[in-house]
Design a protein around this ligand. Structure first.
Ligand code: 1HE
Length: 253
């Protein structure tokens, strides 16, 4: 159900269950956890994309009815574990979204570091209408992207967000024509792969912790991270390259 491919320094992870609109059953979420726990050292960036007309219809609802309370908690924690591996793994992850990106599908996209949407993309959290609640991390990750009030509105009303609105409210960072999402994702992944490893590490692991902490702790963490990064040989080399006229100017990047 997951199609994995490595090309140069990019890992492609494709949701491949189009007949069920890439609905995520236990097997699929566990596969996601496995893949993002074992990224080869040669990989510098990953892309999550999807086969068929839709990115993902979210949780496989056919598996939901048989759970008792403890099993329900364990199930939600399984999603948390898997998506922690996506967010706090070894490489930045770009989501390329088209068609439905709803419920758990949106939770997967929210765990990625950059979201590219095609014009066909649309978003919803139908948990509200199904009588359940988000369980794959959306209540923590989505308010950071779009705010608590927008998430509340989306769930209370069952409203569908279009690709255009999604970009306007910060759910996605790039909006491209249908069929052009993967190309854009690869373009971004190639740029990400050229960054110093320390910078990507800081952006993935330190920035979100700073954002979650108070101002004084955050500023101290920033100073420590900045010092570690700027004294690394890679940073010294990159800064020297610029001063020697060998690196690109900001306007050429
Ligand atoms: C599914 C699922 C699913 C489709 N679980 N089987 N998610 C939802 O509430 C979204 C439910 N799905 C939909 O609203 C629609 O399927 C879509 C808008 C995504 C796509 O529509 P469409 O017309 O392209 O496909 P379809 O005809 O609705 O579905 C095709 C098949 O996929 C069909 O099965 P078939 O055997 O009759 O062919 C559907 O039953 C099946 N299918 N979506 C199971 N979600 C960590 S907690 C997260 C909580 C949630 O994610 S709740 C939100 C669940």
């Amino acid at each position: 159900m997951l199609q994995i491919e490595i090309k140069d320094e990019i890992l492609f992870v494709k949701l491949n269950r189009p007949e069920k609109r890439n609905a995520i059953n236990d097997e699929l979420i566990l596969e996601i956890e496995r893949v993002f726990s074992n990224i080869p050292a040669t990989v510098k960036c990953a892309i999550i994309h999807a086969e068929g007309k839709h990115f993902s219809a979210g949780l496989d609802l056919s598996e939901l009815s048989e759970r008792n309370i403890v099993k329900g908690l364990q199930h939600s924690r399984m999603w948390h574990r898997a998506l922690e591996k996506v967010q706090f793994g070894s490489v930045p992850v770009v989501a390329v979204i088209h068609g439905a990106c709803v419920g758990g599908g949106l939770e997967i996209a929210a765990a990625c570091h950059i979201r590219v949407a095609e014009e066909s993309a649309f978003y919803a959290l139908p948990e509200g209408q199904r009588g359940i609640f988000v369980g794959g991390g959306a209540s923590v990750r989505l308010p950071k992207l779009i705010g608590v009030s927008r998430m509340t509105d989306i769930m209370l009303t069952g409203r569908v967000i279009s690709a255009n609105e999604g970009e306007r409210i910060g759910l996605t960072q790039y909006l491209v024509e249908d069929g052009k999402g993967l190309e854009k994702g690869i373009e971004l992944a190639k740029k990400i792969a050229q960054n110093a490893e320390m910078t990507n590490y800081a952006l993935m692991h330190v920035l979100p912790r700073i954002a979650d902490s108070g101002q004084s702790e955050g500023l101290l963490m920033e100073s420590m991270m900045a010092t570690i990064a700027s004294t690394s040989p890679e940073a010294q080399r990159r800064m020297k390259d610029f001063l020697d006229g060998k690196a690109k100017k900001v306007t050429e990047m």
